[in-house]
Ligand binder design. Structure first.
Ligand SMILES: *Cc1c(COP(=O)(O)O)cnc(C)c1O
Length: 387
């Protein structure tokens, strides 16, 4: 097993020598020639049964080599046996819920989390009854005999709360824990090694990394991946090979991007904390952040997302969004450029108002995803927007 950065450059590229290629072949086939019926039938059985690979891909809803290479690359970085890719992060969560619904109807969720995840869970999809708690220390007390899954997001969106993954896994006992690790990426945190059964990502964010691909992944054991692949082949929630190609292309630079953006975020968070227009900064890299001890232990660094509460409330926050010139006022995160947005008005709009307030999603809160620009240009931009 090579070290992280070497793996990032080479994983999912193991067959290049045999194929005599240097860049991943983009295979857009929807169907595959079957030379021998017995081999075809056996491959069909294997893929429908959830195998990662077979002698013949048969049909692109069952298997695609370009998608499989991106999956292998991500699994290698997460330290998981398997990775199953979907057309978006939300499709990945939906697939996970459809799978777990066969084991029980109760899903325990620690808030806050990504607004649309919250909304999907609240909707009762697949007959799942989501129970929301805001203190991960309460997981054990809320387990039921029919609890099929515990969902945590760390760092959480948008307030950057950190949850101790090992403690959550211990509290959940036999119930599998799924971690939305989108904000951390495998560069900063690898939940499988801490006992999580599933790690899922909106690969739209850091993994793709360039703001040009919507994708989602679930990383888990090979055994847990089988029913997910079977379900994906049946429901068709695929990742398109062109998207998988772009996703795979993002991996070699993942660590460099995450660390450079993190260095910018650390500077911006410190300066924002001293700015008179700012009431509070949420950033795991600040000494007074809750669970800051998990930075350096569970996480190798605090990451590049931060949020801050403008003293002037909604009006002041809206003004900053409309005045920035270098940063982009837009939802999403983990791209090469700095993105700033208003959670209460945009990404967390669907979260009930009382839950917003209880979880720190205030009218003055802005969330920023630091990008790769020169940090002094970012600070100049923010300072003029806040003036
Ligand atoms: C964006 C995001 C999602 C949803 O992913 P999509 O790719 O947009 O479907 C889920 N969780 C987190 C933390 C996100 O930032």
């Amino acid at each position: 097993m090579t070290r992280f950065q070497t793996t990032a450059v080479h994983a999912g590229r193991e067959d290049f020598g045999k194929l005599c290629v240097h860049a991943p072949p983009l295979d857009l086939s929807t169907t595959y020639p079957i030379a021998d019926l017995d081999t075809g039938s056996a491959s069909f059985d294997a893929l429908i049964g959830g195998a990662a690979d077979a002698a013949n891909p048969i049909y692109a809803r069952l298997h695609n080599p370009t998608v499989a290479r991106a999956e292998n690359g991500i699994a290698a970085l997460e330290g998981s046996e398997a990775c199953v890719a979907y057309g978006s992060g939300m499709a990945a969560l939906t697939a996970l819920l459809m799978d777990r619904a066969q084991h029980g109807k109760h899903v325990l969720v620690v808030r806050p989390l990504y607004g649309t995840s919250d909304h999907l869970l609240e909707s009762g999809i697949c007959g799942m009854q989501a129970e929301f708690i805001t203190d991960a220390g309460q997981i054990a007390a809320h387990l039921r005999p029919d609890t099929a899954l515990v969902i945590i997001e760390t760092p959480s969106n948008p307030t950057l709360n950190l949850i101790d993954i090992r403690a959550a896994v211990a509290a959940a006992g036999k119930v599998p824990v799924a971690v939305d690790s989108t904000f951390a990426t495998p560069v900063l945190q690898r939940p499988i090694a801490l006992g999580a059964a599933y790690v899922w990502h909106s690969a739209t964010k850091f993994l793709g990394g360039h703001g040009d691909v919507i994708a989602g992944v679930v990383c888990c054991s090979e055994e847990r991946a089988h029913p997910l692949r079977t379900m994906r082949a049946a429901t068709g929630a695929l990742l398109h090979p062109l998207a998988a190609y772009l996703l795979h292309r993002g991996l070699p630079t993942l660590k460099l991007r995450v660390e450079a953006a993190q260095a910018n975020a650390q500077v911006l968070a410190q300066r924002l904390a001293e700015h008179p227009a700012v009431a509070k900064v949420h950033y795991p890299g600040l000494a007074d952040a809750p669970n800051a001890h998990l930075v350096g232990t569970q996480m190798s660094g605090p990451g590049s997302l931060l949020s801050f509460d403008m003293r002037g409330g909604h009006e002041a926050a809206a003004k900053v969004m409309s005045r920035v010139k270098v940063m982009t006022s837009a939802v999403s995160l983990g791209s090469v450029d700095t993105l700033i947005q208003h959670p209460a008005g945009l990404t967390h709009r669907m979260v009930p108002d009382d839950v917003k307030l209880a979880t720190g999603i205030t009218p003055g809160l802005l969330r920023m995803s630091a990008g790769l620009e020169d940090v002094e240009d970012l600070w100049d931009d923010l300072a003029q927007a806040m003036a």
